[in-house]
Each structure stands twice: as C-alpha cells, then as structure tokens.
Design a protein around this ligand. Structure first.
Ligand code: ADP
Ligand code: CIR
Length: 350
C-alpha cells in the first residue's frame, strides 16, 4: 500500500475533530490523489501531519505555493472554515494610518499584560515549503535573507546567528525567554518542518531584541516585533516598518486570492498573529466560559510557550484567530478590541 493510501485509511477510518477529517471527503480524496505540483508536491505532503496526528485542530499544510491551487478543493474548504470567510478572497495589504492608529498601550497600569508580540510570515517566491525543500534550497534561502537583513537600518539594524553555531545553553535560554523557536512540535515534524534540521535555520536580532526574524522555522521567514508591557501601537509600528523595508529587498509569494502564502493555511492572508501574554487567573477558573468568550471575540488562547503548550500561573497567550479576508489594520483592530473585552471580563470576574 502506498504512503498516501495508508494516510487515507488512517484518517477515513478513525475519529478526529480536525478540519482535515471534516473536509477530506472520499470524492475530494479520489479527485486529488494522483495530482502533483510542478515542484513534485503531492496530497500526501499536504495531509501527512493531520493523518498521523488525529488530535490536530487543522491537520493540513500546503506542500508548496502551487499546492494551494492544485489541491484547492480541500484547501479552500479548510481556509473558509478556519478564517470564517464565505469565499477565499483577500484584500490588498492595508496597515492603517501610522500617525493615527487609534490605540496605544492596552494596559497602562502594567498589571495584566506581561508582553506584546506581533508577527507575520513570509515565503520566498519560487521556493517550495518544508516537505519539498532540499538542503541546498534551505541554505540558499538563508543566504538571500541574511543579505537583505544586513541592509536594515536604525532600530531594525541587527545581527544574524545560525542555529548550528549556537551552544545548547544559548539556544535553551533564548527559547525560555520566548525569542527562539525549537524542534519539538510533533505535528510540524510530521509535516516535514524539521527536515535537515538545523541547516538553514537561524535568528536575527535588532540591538534591543525588539525586532527579530526567524529563518526557516515553519515558514521561510517570520518577522517578529515584541516588547514587555502592553504598548501594541509601538510593537505594530515597528513591525510595519520592517515589512516595508524588507519587501523592497526580497520577493514574497502571494496570490490575489490568498494574500501572502504560508506553509499552514491558518496563517495565509495578512499572516499576522498579534498576541499578548496576559494574566487572567479569574477567567481561567472556568475554562469552558473563557474559551467561549475567546471564540466569540475571534481570539485564540494558547499556552505560555506557544501553540500546544499549557498556561503557567494563569498567564495566557491570546491572539487574533482570523488572518485572511481582512486587512492587517482590521486584524490588529479585532485583536485590540478583543483584548479590551478580555481585560473588562477579567476585572469583572475578580
Ligand atoms: P507563532 O505561530 O506566532 O510563532 P507560537 O505559538 O509558536 O507562535 O509561539 C512562538 C513563541 O512566541 C513562543 O515562545 C511564545 O511563548 C512566544 N510568544 C507569543 N506571544 C508572545 C507574547 N505576547 N509575549 C512574549 N512571547 C510571546
Ligand atoms: C494542527 O492542526 O493543530 C497543527 N497542524 C497546527 C495548526 C495551526 N498552527 C500552525 O500553523 N502553527
């Protein structure tokens, strides 16, 4: 039996709450099973993680940028469901008026928000995603990215360190401090995310460590702006400045339908995840209610060390859930309004 047949057997014969299980019907499977992208990407590459991990929430990744079209029957259904949009369509980038954003610090008292982080993902045009990328392509992507990063100026100016050149202690400390990624997500591993690890991977830091770039983690590129406290405006403005500077130097994969392309369909469009680490011990006493409130506000709660991790001491990572079908300014506004509601609800529950 082929790899794909085994995967199909597993997902079709077992229970799973994933979007993959929900949307990979027999008809869709039959129609897609023999298709291939020009870079060699297959249906197996898109569904391997979700079939092996029946506890996935989504379970689908795109093999390469073209996979979004070749396997659009399945991927469009997943995208519409996750981002809550009637069709796969994305507006042009729009970041808002930087001198008049209409928000600043979400927690001036400093009592609830520990830190704020906004990130976007970007993919190099013409390169495959992790399951189809070769070692040489990872090295090439690292090289062109570092050349572009070395042109940054002012508060964005910084230094690149490859993962392979770090000591284990340095790496561990950076992970603990929420700066660096690691290779311990079994879902991402089975999607091919850690192939050739640590080749081509690394992190770029500005001098004050408030602007960072991850190279070849889940996405080819992640631009991250973060700082202590709740000043969302400062964090957002810094990130927008970096996006504008880097898009002058690099060409990113995008389509009119999907916006910017990312490995995971949950990240498409704006690719933006704006989060706070926030203390909500009272809301956390009733997790069903807390999860319900987050869902109503289109927010996603995560644990303190990222997706698929636990909270520590009532501190949660809360971020916008939707990224496609709305502008960057709309996504950050949805997050900002949601966090304001969470703060009110936490105070009311005290
Ligand atoms: P992403 O998909 O945005 O990269 P992850 O859930 O994998 O997110 O988290 C990546 C890292 O970023 C983790 O170490 C996580 O703790 C950290 N992180 C996320 N949001 C914040 C925040 N608001 N403040 C500090 N660290 C954060
Ligand atoms: C899942 O389905 O739960 C995982 N594959 C993660 C989905 C979204 N997260 C991500 O891309 N990091």
């Amino acid at each position: 039996m082929s790899d794909l047949q085994d995967l199909w057997k597993k997902i079709s014969e077992n229970e799973s709450k994933s979007l993959l299980k929900k949307h990979l019907t027999k008809e869709r499977y039959e129609a897609a099973k023999d298709k291939k992208t020009s870079l060699g990407g297959t249906l197996a590459d898109c569904i391997r993680s979700g079939c092996k991990h029946l506890n996935s929430g989504v379970g689908v990744y795109a093999c390469d940028p073209e996979g979004y079209e070749v396997f659009s029957d399945l991927l469009d259904a997943v995208i519409k469901d996750y981002h809550k949009v009637p069709e796969v369509k994305h507006p042009k980038p729009s970041f808002g008026d930087m001198d008049n954003l209409g928000f600043g610090d979400l927690d001036p008292s400093g009592e609830m928000i520990v830190s704020t982080r906004v990130r976007v993902g970007r993919s190099h045009s013409g390169f495959p995603f992790p399951p189809c990328a070769t070692k040489e392509q990872r090295v090439e992507m690292e090289k062109i990215t570092v050349e572009a990063l070395n042109t940054l100026e002012g508060e964005l100016k910084g230094k690149y360190t490859s993962l392979g050149s770090m000591t284990k202690e340095e790496e561990k400390q950076l992970v603990e401090d929420h700066f660096l990624f690691k290779d311990d997500d079994p879902m991402l591993r089975d999607a091919g995310g850690y192939n050739d690890w640590p080749t081509g991977r690394g992190i770029f830091f500005s001098a004050d460590k408030k602007f960072l770039v991850w190279i070849n983690e889940e996405d080819h590129l992640r631009f991250i702006s973060m700082q202590k406290g709740g000043n969302l405006a400062e964090v957002y403005k810094r990130l927008v400045k970096a996006i504008h500077a880097l898009e002058k130097k690099l060409t990113f994969a995008k389509t009119d339908r999907h916006g910017y392309l990312t490995f995971c369909p949950t990240n498409l469009g704006t690719t933006m995840r704006a989060s706070v680490h926030i203390k909500v011990p009272n809301l956390a006493k009733d997790m069903e209610k807390f999860n319900g409130l987050c869902a109503k506000l289109n927010l996603q709660p995560r644990g303190i060390h990222g997706e698929h991790t636990e909270s520590v001491g009532g501190v949660y990572d809360i971020s916008n859930k939707r990224r496609l079908g709305l502008s960057e300014f709309e996504a950050i506004t949805e997050m900002r309004k949601g966090i304001e509601e969470i703060i009110k609800a936490e105070k009311a529950a005290a």
